[in-house]
Write a protein that binds this ligand. Structure first.
Ligand code: GLU
Length: 424
């Protein structure tokens, strides 16, 4: 059933309900029966752990962590782990489901999962973060593994976090198991090209969208929200192929240059000063208004719910490329559609990361590593093929790109469930 009444503020901002709304619409259009819907929507396993950790000052603290395995229908569960003070089980659930759909959209042989630990990484020392990571890993040890569930970086976790998880897991099993996580440092079984893969994927699908608009990168203005791993890499790679990145938005402010920002110089400026603000070649602008600048492409690459029913009508981009997971609420979808904004939905736009994670897992299991050119070529092949599959599906079935992506994904996962049957 598609919910017709307007959601409350709390409902609109709940990522699990956002995932559910799209799931309902796609399964309705696919005419999936009720039983299949129940199987597909319900996470198969939800783990909650409470992790005691000794802080640097000798105090004991207990942190709460989650790992939700949404589906293993198409292969081992796959998905990142985030560290943030406001992580909730509903959020991790939604993110886990999105991983299932994401892996299915790009047709890689994984299910979906996600993890989270409630903590404020900015006030924790390296040692504290390491102890949280190792104890969290120990608590979920029997549920992860190369054939079971393969974690990766997400918000506030990185290569170093993955190295700790890999080491903790390996110490318990008494041999080195590199394929238990992806997004590792290259010298520990990581893949070339993994760090920039999500940003590169965003660039590839945006280039594909431009073709459909008859635009060239040189004539395309871009606004990017977020200058972290996804936004920063997207900015760097997009500007290298000629896009004009006119504005960059971060948590403490935004910068603007109508001729395009020099991303390399801006990265150096941020490294030296700690902020993108007061960059000599740009003007500081209001961060809450920057998202509504007229531009060709808007890339929200920071956090959830930034485009919602209150502000979606003010977006003046022609193309929305969702680098973050869940940047647009379900209620905002209709407004974007009404305004003819071409949406490249998150489960397609940011799938470059998990695609190269898949390559990393394959390389680890073979013990044979590919060069950067091969990684990037195979990534481009998958992203272009998936983009075409989603956009052509949308046109053929007159649905928006997001619902098309969900329909392609749900259909693939439902097919796997049907083929396998239900074990009893
Ligand atoms: N955290 C990333 C995502 O949301 C990557 C997940 C992975 O590589 O497993 O897609």
């Amino acid at each position: 059933m598609i919910v017709e009444t307007a959601p409350t503020e709390e409902q609109e901002m709940n990522p699990w309900l956002a995932a559910e709304a799209r799931f309902e619409e796609a399964s309705e259009r696919l005419k999936l029966d009720d039983g299949m819907r129940k199987v597909l929507r319900t996470p198969s396993r939800e783990i909650i752990v409470h992790i005691p950790v000794m802080l640097d000052d000798g105090r004991l603290e207990v942190f709460t962590g989650y790992r939700v395995q949404h589906s293993i229908a198409r292969g081992p569960a796959k998905g990142g782990i985030r560290f943030a003070p406001d992580v909730t089980l509903d959020e991790v659930r939604a993110l886990a489901a999105w991983m299932t759909w994401k892996c299915a959209v790009v047709n890689i042989p994984f299910g979906g999962s996600k993890g989270g630990v409630i903590c404020e990484p900015s006030v924790l020392s390296e040692g504290e973060l390491e102890r949280i990571t190792r104890r969290y890993t120990a608590e979920i040890l029997e549920f992860i593994g190369p054939e079971k569930d393969v974690p990766a970086p997400d918000m506030n976790t990185n290569e170093r976090t993955m190295a700790w998880i890999m080491d903790t897991y390996s110490m318990h099993f008494r041999h080195t198991v590199t394929a238990v996580v992806t997004g590792k440092p290259f010298n520990l079984g990581g893949s070339r090209g993994r760090v920039e893969a999500t940003g590169r994927g965003c660039m590839i699908v945006t280039l594909e969208a431009l073709k459909r608009f008859g635009l060239r990168p040189e004539d395309t203005s871009v606004v990017i929200q977020g200058f972290g791993n996804v936004g920063g890499m997207a900015a760097r790679l997009m500007s290298a192929v000629g896009f004009k990145i006119v504005a960059l938005i971060e948590i403490d402010g935004a910068v603007y240059n109508k001729h395009g920002l020099s991303i390399q110089a801006l990265m150096e400026h941020k490294k030296e000063s700690g902020s993108i603000l007061d960059f000599a070649e740009a003007e500081n602008i209001d961060k809450d208004e920057a998202m509504f600048l007229p531009c060709d492409v808007l890339v929200p690459a920071a956090k959830e719910n930034v485009i919602n029913s209150h502000n979606a009508g003010r977006i003046r981009a022609r193309i929305l490329c969702e680098g973050a997971n869940g940047p647009t609420t379900a209620a905002a979808d209709a407004i974007l559609a009404e305004n003819n904004i071409f949406v490249i939905p998150d489960i397609l736009a940011n799938a470059g990361g998990v695609t190269v994670s898949y390559f990393e897992w394959v390389q680890d299991r073979q013990g044979f590593f590919w060069n950067l050119d091969l990684v990037n070529r195979r990534l481009a092949e998958i992203m272009v093929e998936s983009f075409d599959a989603v956009v052509d599906y949308a046109q053929k079935h007159t649905v928006n790109n997001r619902i098309a992506a969900y329909m392609v994904a749900l259909d693939r996962v439902a097919f796997a469930v049907k083929l396998r049957g239900i074990y009893a």
